[in-house]
Write a protein that binds this ligand. Structure first.
Ligand code: NAP
Length: 213
């Protein structure tokens, strides 16, 4: 049995948890306010889910999903995520997160910032350009014509492979952008962001993305 540690239990965290338990994963899910505030969600998710603190969720996961507002990324526990694959769903909204100059200037990526914060983890971009509700509604079996595709990026091939496998189980094809320093191609307001596209369309959209917006 594989356990996913989920840090962030909002729109995306709860949806990833719903699909994951449906698929037979165990999930340990956390938020900033404490496990007791997640009782309703955990009841809905059933016996393969429990709530915990972020550090406990990180420690319990065979791999983790970090899905918090970007401004909170420096609060993600480092040590319990050491050597683990960490899927980063985060997007940069300066209106919510405050300005982060290296992102504004196109000198960093959102996933790259998380990788710097988690130097001993293997960060991969994932689930950042799909609306939360569609995580449980848009998946289709492998080989479906015009299947929706999602992008990943990582400096670690094994992390991109894990995301590819997870996407496939969730019902999506994968386009691997390459290393994290190319992951800006799927960030906010680029052509590939939050639109439904198959793998060929996603590749085209990634190729035509501008570095800054
Ligand atoms: N919504 C979407 O459709 C969507 C799609 C793709 C990507 N994203 C991106 O994915 C990330 C999460 O989005 P969301 O819509 O799920 O956000 P959300 O609904 O606002 O949920 C954020 C979650 O993060 C938790 N959190 C905040 N700070 C934390 C910390 N220091 N430690 C642990 N948990 C913390 C919050 O817990 P509390 O409530 O207890 O504070 C909450 O459970 C964002 O970066 C967003 O831009 C969102």
């Amino acid at each position: 049995m594989t356990t996913i540690g989920i840090i962030g239990a909002g729109h995306i965290g709860s949806q990833v948890a719903r699909k994951a338990v449906q698929l037979g994963y165990d999930v340990v899910i956390s938020n900033s306010r404490g496990p007791e505030t997640l009782a309703e969600l955990v009841t809905e998710l059933g016996p393969h889910a429990r709530a915990a603190t972020p550090a406990e969720a990180a420690a319990a996961g065979d791999f983790a999903v970090v899905t918090v507002p970007l401004k909170s990324y420096k609060n993600i526990p480092v040590e319990p995520l050491a050597d683990k694959i960490v899927i980063d769903t985060n997007n940069y909204y300066f209106e919510r997160d405050g300005h982060i100059p290296e992102l504004d200037k196109g000198e960093a990526t959102t996933a790259g910032l998380l990788q710097e914060h988690l130097p001993t983890s293997k960060v991969a971009k994932g689930f950042n350009h799909i609306y939360a509700a569609q995580i449980t509604s848009d998946g289709t079996p492998p080989g479906t014509e015009n299947r929706r595709a999602l992008a990943t990026a990582s400096d670690f091939p094994e992390a991109a492979e894990l995301v590819t496998k997870l996407y496939d189980e969730f019902g999506f094809d994968t386009v691997n952008i390459g290393p994290l320093n190319e992951s800006w191609r799927v960030e906010r307001d680029r052509p590939a962001y939050a639109v439904r596209q198959n793998a060929a369309e996603l590749k085209d959209n990634l190729a035509k993305a501008p570095r800054t917006i």
